[in-house]
Write a protein that binds this ligand. Structure first.
Ligand code: SDX
Length: 423
C-alpha cells in the first residue's frame, strides 16, 4: 500500500500527491494546490510544527524515549546531568565527556550578586516563586549581552551551560526569599541535585539525605523533556525570532506556569487537600463528571498520552522511596482512591484520561518539604534542558524560520468610520 496522500481541489480538479512519513505529510501539498489556502487547526491539535530527533512519544502505548533510550532505563540507571548531555548532544557521554560536562556545569552555578541585591530583593515579600523564576530567566539574560549572538554555536553553548547551571540557584533563591531566609551559595563539591537541596534547605549543619538526592535526580530526569509541549513550543516560537535564550526561556517558563500545564502539580495537591478525605472522593468524581465549575481532575488527562503516562508510573514508585525517609504524605491515600475511582469510571475511560506526570509528583515534593508554590519551579529546573535542546535544534534546522501562522478571519467586512456623534 503506497505511503502517500492525494488531495484534490474540487474547485479546479487539481490534485497533489505527497508522501506520508512516520504519520506526517507536508502542508506544502496545500501550498502547491492553492497558496491562498490555509489549514485551520486550533491549538495545533493535528499539526507537526517541526522535525525533531530529541524525544519520541507514543501516546497510545505510553512510550517516552529520550534520543531513543526508554525513560524507564534512564530513570533507573542514569543521572540528570548525563541525561542533559544526552538531550543536548544526541548521545550518552563517555567518562571523559561526562567528567568535563559535570565540571563545566558545576563551575557556572553562581549568579551575579546583583541578581539578588538589585533584582530578587525587589519583589514583594509574598511574590509567587514561579513568578519570580519567570522574571529571573529574562533578567539573567541582561548580564550576558553576547547571548544575542544566537547564530554563533560558541555563544549558544555558553548560554546553555549558564542556564542549566544557574536555574537551580535561582530556584532556591526564589524559595529562600519567599520564606525570608538568607540565600545559600552553591557548593561545588556536591552533586547537581544535592547542591540544589543544599541551597534550598541548608540551615546550620544540614546534610543532604542520599535517598532524597537520588529521588530529586530521578524527578529531574523524568521532567527534562517532552517533545512539543506548550512550554517547549513557546521556546521554539520565541526563539525563532532570534531572541536571546534567556528571553525565550522566560516565555517557556511562563507557559509552564499555567495550571493546564506545569502548574498542574500544585493544583493537584490543592485539589487533594480540598477533597480532604477518601470518603469525599465519590462526590468529587461526580462533580468532575457533571462539569461543576472548578471541578477538573487535575493531574489526569493528556493531549498525547491516551494511556498511563509512563512518568506517572515511575514517580509513583519514587514516592514510596521518599516516604520511607519523610513519612507518608497523608494525601496519598486520597490520590490512590481518586486514581482507582477514575480508572474504573466510564467518563474517564471513554475519554482516555489517565494520571499524568503531575498527579503524584506534588505528593513527593510536599513530603520533601517543598511549599506548593515551588512545585512548578521544580518542574522548570529540569525542563530548561528540554527547552534548550529544542531551541538549538530549531536554530540549526534549515527548514525553520520565524514562526508566523495565519488565521481564519471571521470578523466584519470593510466598513466606513462613523463619527462619534452618529454612533
Ligand atoms: C503537562 O503536553 C505535554 O507534554 C505536557 C506535559 C509535559 O511534560 O510538558 O506532559 C506536562 O502539562 C501534563 C498535563 C498537566 N495538566 C493537568 O493535569 C490539568 C488537567 N488535565 C487537563 O486539563 C487536560 O487533560 C489537558 C490540558 C492536559 C489536555 O487537554 P486536551 O488534550 O485539550 O483535552 P480536552 O481538554 O479537550 O479534554 C478532552 C475531554 C473533555 O471532555 P468533553 O468536552 O469531551 O466532554 O476530556 C475532558 C474534557 O472535559 N477532560 C477532563 C480532564 N482532562 C480532559 N475531564 C476531567 N478532568 C480532567 N483532568
Amino acid at each position: 500500500m503506497p505511503e502517500t496522500i492525494t488531495i484534490t481541489d474540487d474547485r479546479t480538479g487539481k490534485q497533489v500527491t505527497v508522501p506520508i512519513t512516520n504519520g506526517v505529510f507536508p502542508a506544502s501539498a496545500v501550498r502547491e494546490l492553492d497558496p491562498s489556502l490555509f489549514i485551520y487547526d486550533p491549538a495545533y491539535m493535528q499539526t507537526a510544527a517541526c522535525r525533531s530527533s530529541i524525544t519520541y512519544l507514543d501516546g497510545d502505548n505510553g512510550i517516552l524515549r529520550y534520543r531513543g533510550y526508554p525513560i524507564e532505563q534512564l530513570a533507573e540507571k542514569s543521572t540528570f546531568l548525563e541525561v542533559a548531555y544526552l538531550l543536548l548532544n544526541g548521545d550518552l557521554p563517555n567518562a571523559e565527556q561526562l567528567k568535563q560536562w559535570t565540571l563545566d556545569v558545576t563551575h557556572h552555578t553562581f549568579v551575579h550578586e546583583n541578581m539578588r541585591k538589585r533584582f530578587l530583593d525587589g519583589f514583594h515579600y509574598d511574590a509567587h516563586p514561579m513568578g519570580m523564576f519567570v522574571s529571573s530567566m529574562a533578567a539573567l539574560g541582561t548580564f550576558y549581552p553576547e547571548a544575542k549572538n544566537v547564530l554563533d554555536k560558541g555563544s549558544r553553548d555558553q548560554q546553555i551551560l549558564r542556564l542549566i547551571a544557574k536555574t537551580p540557584t535561582i530556584a532556591a533563591m526564589c524559595h529562600r526569599f519567599s520564606v525570608g531566609l538568607p540565600f545559600v551559595y552553591p557548593d561545588n563539591d556536591i552533586s547537581f541535585p544535592a547542591n540544589f537541596l543544599n541551597m534550598m534547605w541548608k540551615i546550620g549543619d544540614y546534610e543532604v539525605d542520599p535517598r532524597l538526592e537520588r529521588a530529586m535526580d530521578v524527578l529531574f530526569i523524568l521532567h527534562a523533556d517532552h517533545e512539543q509541549n506548550c512550554g517547549t513550543t513557546s521556546m521554539r516560537v520565541v526563539g525563532s525570532s532570534q531572541a536571546d535564550p534567556y528571553s525565550a526561556a522566560a516565555a517557556a517558563a511562563s507557559a509552564l506556569y499555567g495550571p493546564l500545564h506545569g502548574g498542574a502539580n500544585e493544583a493537584v495537591v490543592r485539589m487533594l487537600a480540598d477533597i480532604g478525605s477518601i470518603e469525599n472522593v465519590p462526590a468529587f468524581i461526580e462533580d468532575v463528571k457533571s462539569g461543576k465549575a472548578g471541578s477538573r481532575l487535575m493531574g489526569f488527562g493528556h493531549r498525547v498520552y491516551k494511556n498511563y503516562d509512563p512518568r506517572a508510573r515511575i514517580i509513583k514508585e519514587v514516592a514510596y522511596g521518599v516516604f520511607e525517609v519523610t513519612g507518608k504524605n497523608p494525601l496519598l491515600d486520597i490520590a490512590l482512591k481518586l486514581e482507582e475511582a477514575a480508572l474504573n469510571d466510564d467518563y474517564f475511560k471513554s475519554r482516555k484520561l489517565y494520571p499524568n506526570v503531575d498527579f503524584y509528583s506534588g505528593l513527593i515534593y510536599q513530603a520533601m518539604g517543598f511549599p506548593a508554590e515551588m512545585f512548578t519551579v521544580l518542574f522548570a529546573i529540569p525542563r530548561t534542558v528540554g527547552w534548550l535542546a529544542h531551541w538549538q535544534e530549531m536554530l540549526t534546522d534549515k527548514e525553520q524560520k520565524i514562526s508566523r501562522p495565519r488565521q481564519w478571519y471571521t470578523g466584519v467586512d470593510e466598513r466606513d468610520y462613523v463619527p462619534l456623534g452618529s454612533r
